[in-house]
Design a protein around this ligand. Structure first.
Ligand code: URA
Length: 268
């Protein structure tokens, strides 16, 4: 995107308070595949030799009534990426399917260090089929760039719910619960080294916790043996600029955890 690290930090509203002094490259640095510009043909997507997964063109969902009672049980078993993508595209497990243009599975490197989890698609994501492509997504991209990472390069981005809540409202607990098996399967397939939860819906989905975010920041959590860090949602940060500095602290905390796991003997 052509901005320097310093410009990214300025854009995040955290310069000159927070500067990256940590210049030691990660011990496990590797070349990640960039996000393909165009969707690959389905046969090539999600296989063992394909490191990235792109938004999936949805198939037309069957005219099956949606479950709106929160009692839907999505079965994902040991689905691989193509089968999971197909099932998400056709999902009728909750009422969010009624108004979506398409389900938004996630995007990025399917062998990532980082997994960022947001809330749910907004109107732009619903239209494009990719998470975080609106204003909040621009801020997220700048946050990633400040960490020297990018969507599709060591990073996968997903949401707590795969379908847009009408009017961009917060997803309800039953909707998050109905969608959870998909996110859980994504985490199992991705095996990220660190998970960053962006906002309350993601925290509710993964940690089953509804405490205020402020009290959860800066503490290490874990899901399925993977370290989990809690921070603010980028859309919240757009409305609460002073908290960008806290979010940057959280990302540095996550990076420290990641590097300690990659090379515990190195003093970072
Ligand atoms: N907000 C989210 O939580 N997810 C998106 O994909 C877009 C905005």
């Amino acid at each position: 995107m052509g901005l320097s690290r310093e410009q990214m930090l300025v854009e995040m509203g955290i310069s000159p308070i927070w500067v990256t002094r940590d210049t030691v490259p990660p011990a496990d640095e590797r070349t990640a595949s960039p996000l393909p510009a165009e969707p690959e043909p389905p046969a090539a997507r999600g296989g063992a030799s394909t490191p990235s997964i792109v938004p999936v063109v949805p198939t037309v969902a069957e005219a099956v009534p949606a479950r709106a009672d929160g009692k839907a049980k999505v079965e994902v078993g040991n689905l691989d990426w193509p089968a999971l993508a197909r099932q998400v595209a056709e999902c009728r497990a909750c009422a969010l399917c009624e108004q979506r243009k398409q389900a938004v599975l996630g995007v990025g490197d399917t062998n990532p260090d980082w997994l960022f989890i947001g809330e749910g698609p907004g109107s732009e994501e619903d239209a494009k089929g990719e998470p975080f492509v609106g204003q909040a997504g621009k801020l997220l991209d700048n946050m990633l760039a400040a960490l020297d990472i990018a969507r599709g390069n060591r990073v996968y981005i997903a949401n707590a719910v795969k379908c847009r809540p009408p009017g961009n409202r917060t997803p309800e607990a039953a909707e998050i619960a109905a969608c959870w098996p998909y996110l859980e399967r994504q985490i199992a397939l991705l095996k990220p080294k660190v998970i960053v939860l962006l906002g309350k819906a993601a925290v509710h989905a993964v940690l089953r916790d509804d405490k205020p975010l402020g009290g959860m920041r800066g503490k290490p959590y874990e899901f399925a043996g993977i370290p989990v860090v809690v921070t603010y949602h980028p859309a919240y940060l757009l409305r609460n600029l002073p908290d960008k500095a806290k979010a940057w602290e959280d990302l540095l905390f996550a990076r420290r955890i990641l590097r300690e796991r990659a090379a515990p003997e190195l003093p970072f």
